[in-house]
Write a protein that binds this ligand. Structure first.
Ligand SMILES: NC(=O)c1ccc[n+]([C@@H]2O[C@H](COP(=O)([O-])OP(=O)(O)OC[C@H]3O[C@@H](n4cnc5c(N)ncnc54)[C@H](O)[C@@H]3O)[C@@H](O)[C@H]2O)c1
Length: 291
């Protein structure tokens, strides 16, 4: 396991200390050892950043991915692999999945069946806190209006991918109400080291803010079920930062110059280019056949 046994005492802690008098949720009160969380999708873009940043915030990680390098290498549809990954962890950060539009069988396998298997494995293991990587594409056809878009903006998926994220959010709500889970669904904007285009000046989520957001969701005693926009403190932002976990981002896309500053009409919709006809079911299927 890529765990960091001395995390409680010797690593650099980037803020987020527990208020005095309250137990630090990253450590066991009796042993002082760090608590272990499961990070799925650990070998991907966001997972790679969180493998570096979450231990700095006090968390031990067990990692799960279909890609070589994870502590447990397996498919989300493999219940046995998920049981092995889930044993003894305190919470799950669920990033693994198909991260963009794709033909339905691909979406269904990773983001529908795989997401269900993940929640079921958590239930079997008695793990009751899940931080789910949803997406802005769950509400992608929502147009920009007056004021900020609230976190509870209704589903308006722009793709089958967006539909699958709505499913994950609904699954989280169901496990909250039926089984008492604590669930945060992060409608992530555009994750990356820097904003790459005009849209990202509004939608960018920096690695540091992403780690802070996940950390807050893992430790918040106030969290029950929440949908939260995963976005940095961008000057051009039009999605609300309101959240029940105390997330206060510090990065601002306006501090960088995007490589592609062209303004597109789709920048006025939450989902950007995913709302264009090229992301239709037939168009994506045809692309897959050519690939
Ligand atoms: N990157 C972004 O800007 C962004 C924006 C919104 C939402 N998200 C969501 O965040 C999550 C992570 O995104 P990312 O950009 O790091 O994607 P990524 O493709 O870089 O990483 C996803 C990881 O999940 C693994 N994976 C995929 N399907 C799997 C399966 N069936 N079983 C086991 N492992 C599987 C892959 O091997 C990969 O390492 C995804 O769920 C994505 O939908 C990302």
């Amino acid at each position: 396991m890529s765990e960091h046994p001395s995390a409680a005492g010797s690593v650099r802690r980037v803020g987020n200390r527990a208020p005095s008098g309250q137990p630090d949720p990253t450590t066991h009160a009796e042993t002082g050892h760090s608590r272990t969380i499961l990070l799925t999708g650990s070998q991907g873009r966001i997972g790679t950043a969180l493998r570096r940043l979450l231990p700095e915030l006090g968390w031990r990680l067990r990692t799960f991915d279909r890609a070589v390098g994870a502590d447990v290498v397996g498919e989300l549809t493999d219940a046995g692999a998920l049981d092995a990954a889930m044993a003894g962890v305190e919470a799950v950060v669920h990033l693994a999945g198909q991260p963009t539009e794709a033909p339905w069988p691909t979406i269904r396998e990773s983001n529908i069946d795989g997401c269900f298997e993940l929640f079921e494995a958590a239930r079997r293991a008695g793990v009751r806190r899940v931080v789910f990587a949803s997406s802005n594409h769950a509400a992608g056809f929502t147009p920009r209006g007056e004021g900020e878009l609230p976190p509870e903006t209704p589903p308006r998926p722009d793709t089958l991918y967006g539909v699958s994220k709505v499913f994950g959010e609904a699954l989280g709500r169901y496990y909250r109400d039926r089984y008492g889970f604590t669930v945060a669904c992060l409608r992530i904007g555009t994750f990356g080291d820097r904003p790459r285009d005009h849209r990202a000046l509004a939608t960018w989520l920096s690695p540091e803010d992403c780690a802070q957001l996940v950390d807050r969701c893992l430790r918040s005693p106030e969290l029950g079920y929440a949908v939260i926009w995963g976005v940095s403190a961008n000057s051009e932002r039009w999605w609300s930062l309101a959240n029940p976990v105390g997330y206060r981002p510090s990065s601002n896309a306006a501090d960088s110059q995007p490589a592609d500053p062209a303004v597109l009409p789709t920048d006025a919709l939450v989902g950007g280019e995913f709302t264009t006809p090229e992301y239709g079911i037939d168009q994506i299927a045809a692309k897959g056949e050519r690939a």
